[in-house]
Design a protein around this ligand. Structure first.
Ligand code: NAP
Length: 293
């Protein structure tokens, strides 16, 4: 059996490869990336594959029984719909056994938010995969806990964590927990043909901050801010401002979606992974341990 992960030089791709490697052994695992040298998982086979090229993705997909297709990152000015279609078409051409697409949670209430355009790309890829004739699974990922933890830890300096999420509940999860569930979905054909929400417990911003205070010994309070102020807050982060204001708006849209209740979904993690998801507190402890080593 050969299981491949595309966009494998990224955080989720690499983490999923590591789980597959320890589960199946390196002879059964293939990492596909634009720059295979960047994958960095020892012993496994690596192949070159850029979503822009059907031919390259076709060559990279030969002999693959199960493929995890990681969603293409948001790059302003890039239409991601054809990129995902290229990966699906390549998988069809060489008869890949099944494709697991990593999407994003959302119950539809995000329709009137700045996140909707991005979400539509995910939903289109889900539809294209469903219509492809391939065996498929859609894994709708919760929001990365690591990203918001970075912001909450940084807020300890001022003592106030602000965003526009309000009292909306959101399913958060770490990349390692996502990787565990994604690897399980890729290797279990009994779960084919379904959509799975991969999240931990849902949390409000206030709850998240309270847990972070406990786990990271912080003294932060949460405060809601307006959508426009949140865009300005994101633009002060050089990692976000480097990608442009449209990205800051899209990310602000995630918190609008949270406020609207769109990310308050029921988790299918246990069905997908075969075990319950770690609690938010356990996942925060994992993050703390990683930051300290
Ligand atoms: N659930 C969440 O909270 C959350 C948060 C952030 C992102 N996401 C979504 O989840 C996806 C995976 O997240 P991640 O954390 O692994 O992202 P990441 O660390 O930013 O990695 C993105 C990956 O996409 C690859 N890539 C970019 N353009 C490509 C192309 N044309 N063809 C093939 N590969 C390409 C990059 O390759 P290079 O190394 O060559 O650049 C990299 O491996 C993201 O792309 C995004 O859609 C979800």
């Amino acid at each position: 059996m050969k299981v491949a992960v595309t966009a494998a030089s990224g955080r989720l791709g690499r983490a999923t490869l590591k789980v597959l490697n320890s589960k199946l052994g390196p002879e059964h695992v293939v990492g596909i990336a634009r720059s295979p040298k960047k994958i960095g998982v020892p012993q496994i086979e690596t192949r070159r594959g850029d979503y822009n090229s059907i031919d390259e993705m076709t060559e990279a997909s030969v002999g693959i029984d199960s493929m995890v297709m990681i969603s293409a990152p948001v790059v302003i000015g890039t239409d991601r719909v054809p990129l995902h279609r290229n990966v699906i078409e390549a998988a069809k051409r060489v008869g890949v056994g099944k494709v697991v697409y990593t999407s994003v949670i959302g119950n539809g209430a995000e329709k009137d938010t700045w996140f909707w355009a991005t979400q539509q790309v995910n939903r289109q890829a889900e539809q294209d995969l469903h219509d492809s004739g391939l065996n498929w699974i859609v894994a709708r990922n919760g929001l990365y806990l690591e990203l918001d933890m970075n912001h909450i830890i940084a807020a300890n300096e001022s003592g106030t964590y602000t965003n526009n999420g309000g009292t909306g509940r959101c399913g958060y999860i770490t990349i390692d927990e996502l990787a565990a569930a994604t690897a399980a979905l890729a290797t279990n054909n009994r779960l084919n043909g379904q959509i799975y929400n991969l999240t931990g417990e849902t949390r409000t911003q206030e709850e998240l901050v309270a847990l972070a205070n406990d786990v990271f010994d912080l003294n932060v309070t949460y405060q809601i801010m307006s959508d426009e102020d949140n865009v300005a807050r994101f633009m002060e982060d050089p990692r976000i401002s480097a990608r442009g204001e449209d990205v800051a708006r899209m990310l602000t849209g995630c918190f609008q979606a949270m406020r609207a209740g769109a990310l308050d979904v029921t988790s299918d993690f246990k069905v997908a992974a075969g075990r319950p998801c770690k609690s938010t507190k356990e996942m925060m402890k994992d993050i703390r341990q990683k930051l300290e080593t």
